[in-house]
Design a protein around this ligand. Sequence first.
Ligand SMILES: Nc1nc2c(ncn2[C@@H]2O[C@H](COP(=O)(O)OP(=O)(O)OP(=O)(O)O)[C@@H](O)[C@H]2O)c(=O)[nH]1
Ligand SMILES: [Mg+2]
Length: 346
Amino acid sequence: MDPVVQWPVAFLGIERPGSMASVVVWLVLLAVALLLVLLARSRRRPRTRKPPGRPHGTTLGSALSGVRERLESVWSRTPGSAAAWEEMENELVAADMGVSAARRIVEVVRDAGLSGADEIRPVVRAELNRVLAGYDRDLHLTGTPSIVVLVGVNGAGKTTTVAKLASRLLAAGKSPLIGGADTFRPAADTQLRVWTDRLTIPLVSGARGADPASVAYDALQAARARGADVLIVDTAGRLHTSHNLMEELAKVVRVLGRDGDRVSEVLLVMDATTGQSGLAQARRFADVGVTGVVLTKLDGTAKGGVVLAIEDEFSLPVKFVGVGEGIDDLLPFDGPAFVDALVGAA
Ligand SMILES: Nc1nc2c(ncn2[C@@H]2O[C@H](COP(=O)(O)OP(=O)(O)OP(=O)(O)O)[C@@H](O)[C@H]2O)c(=O)[nH]1
Ligand SMILES: [Mg+2]
């Protein structure tokens, strides 16, 4: 008998090598060998790693590609006619840039006698960069604990941003504590609890209907007692047109500063998809001492020019942008990267 056939046959005690039993043995051995090869190959393959945080320019670049392409198309056609200038202004306004900024840009381009995308683009870029330059976009964390309050209209993304911000601070080695001062919405506490459990950070929230200012104050006491670095306070969504609700918000900010603490940041969370109507919000919320804006849902809009309108009209810095619902989808706002995304790189 062939020695290669002989050993498994002998090992398994099969008497007749040509029999059905020996064929089965060989099939089993073949299957085992195949399995071993597959196993070895899968081990050699590098493990898929979670992709690093999406670069700002890329995310916004794809979100704003529609505006960019439309502007390019307007610029590529020979301008000069009143209709062409009007078309350009309309595209800028359609990107939510605000009428005054759009008009100014068109005037600059027209007065310089420019034509064609290659001549116009750099001038528009320079004008947009000028509007966005000079803002302090840092998140200021002063005092122990530092106090950050998030405000805004219903559904703007406040609670999600509280969690995203806490996650960023955790990654920076800080110890945040969350104050759940939205005592109005039934599921507000549960929503926050899901995030704080996931991040394993403490949450101090109040019963439904409790006074938001006293909940915020309790959270501040807890933050002090636990030695937390940063207190992030979530507040209920409110219509900026409601005087009483805006007063309630002012009280939250006031009470947090009662013991000589200073609220470091009052961030207005704005939904980018609401476009120009967001400007009316910014005007009213600015009265409660807003120090900066978080513009959420930039991933869901093909516009985004509202950033320019906010800064141009209210001189309020956009400090962060939300580009998704995930915990990592909060990015520091980067002016030049934004301009690249909106009108194309130089
Ligand atoms: N696509 C996208 N969705 C977002 C972003 N930020 C928040 N959301 C979603 O927007 C919805 C509302 O978010 P919340 O954080 O509950 O908003 P809120 O301002 O706390 O809402 P109220 O407390 O009811 O006023 C949720 O479905 C979030 O997942 C973002 O940057 N991009
Ligand atoms: Mg909320």
